[in-house]
Design a binder for this molecule. Structure first.
Ligand SMILES: Nc1ncnc2c1ncn2[C@@H]1O[C@H](COP(=O)(O)OP(=O)(O)OP(=O)(O)O)[C@@H](O)[C@H]1O
Ligand SMILES: [Mg+2]
Length: 286
């Protein structure tokens, strides 16, 4: 097809040889199938900020680190330079997340870099070489649902160990190839330790996955992976190899009121004694 204007710079640089077809145009980006040498890849062209509809971007950006302080100040001020910097930070967030997750053992499309607002990555395909379907378009046996759900929970755990929460994980952002689920669409991934919304975003991600696989294996609907994973993370005990059970018991330690009262009484008596001793000492001085 005719090369779209936004991909032309990558053609000029020799990163892309040919644009084969448009895969889809979504809210945030338009995705193309391209050829680079002998490889068929995927090019995700981000829409300009004012054409994007991503709701509540602020929620997601909280806690994102901007290394350069001049840049950080410009972004806060909202000048043209600031907006450009913010745009670049947004576009780089996805490629950075892909590299980090690939390293952490999460199945994502292999990234090949982000250039001028175009992310180049592996095209995920099925056994016949066709573009892989989204999880939403796949039906499966209970056994497969249990197996793939467990895999996705492992990916969520590894992601969190790498410091990230996906933030928009759903059956529309998981592709399925012959080996299983592949996680996509990460520009909004949030910093787990620095973002105050990380906990409920993780819960929403996990619950979306559990609800979907639960259509095929209803026993999954009883599991409590979100609570289990977050509790381990908060306690500093979540490791990539930590086994997950899907079980979670809320620890409600009943307050022992009489023991507390006894302690207060003891502290009070001690303070009284001390006061008395000071008073006596003072009196001796006279
Ligand atoms: N690496 C890939 N391999 C194959 N297909 C892909 C790949 N990346 C994206 N797609 C296809 O393009 C669609 C849109 O990609 P993505 O979810 O990253 O963008 P988006 O603009 O956020 O879309 P949406 O708003 O629909 O979520 C995906 O649902 C998937 O069908
Ligand atoms: Mg998407």
């Amino acid at each position: 097809m005719k090369t779209p204007k936004r991909i032309q710079p990558l053609v000029d640089e020799g990163l892309v040889d040919e644009v084969i077809s448009q895969l889809m145009s979504g809210k945030e980006a338009t995705v193309y199938v391209v050829r680079s040498g002998d490889d068929i890849r995927c090019a995700k062209v981000y829409k300009e900020a004012d054409k994007r509809s991503f709701k509540q971007a602020v929620l997601y950006q909280e806690g994102r680190k901007v290394r350069n302080s001049r840049r950080a100040r410009a972004m806060e001020k909202g000048s043209k330079f600031g907006r450009d910097q913010q745009e670049e930070a947004w576009q780089n967030a996805e490629v950075e997340a892909l590299y980090r997750l690939a390293n952490a053992g999460v199945r994502v499309p292999t990234p090949y870099g982000c250039f001028d607002g175009v992310l180049l990555m592996e095209l995920v395909t099925d056994a016949e070489g066709n573009v892989a379907p989204r999880l939403n378009d796949v039906s499966m046996s209970a056994e497969k649902a249990l197996n793939d759900h467990a895999l996705v929970m492992t990916y969520v755990k590894r992601m969190l160990c790498a410091g990230l929460v996906h933030g928009d994980l759903s059956e529309f952002n998981v592709l399925v190839d012959s080996e299983g689920p592949v996680i996509i669409d990460l520009p909004q991934a949030v910093d787990a330790a620095a973002n105050n919304h990380a906990k409920w975003m993780l819960a929403r991600d996990v619950n979306n996955m559990t609800q979907y696989y639960g259509l095929y294996a209803p026993e999954l609907l009883k599991t409590q992976y979100a609570k289990e994973i977050w509790a381990l993370f908060e306690a500093g005990e979540l490791k990539p190899e930590t086994p997950l059970t899907g079980e979670f018991t809320e620890v409600l330690v009943e307050a022992d009121v009489s023991a507390v009262l006894e302690e207060i009484q003891a502290a009070f008596e001690e303070a009284q004694e001390r006061k008395q001793r000071i008073q006596e000492a003072n009196e001796e001085d006279y």
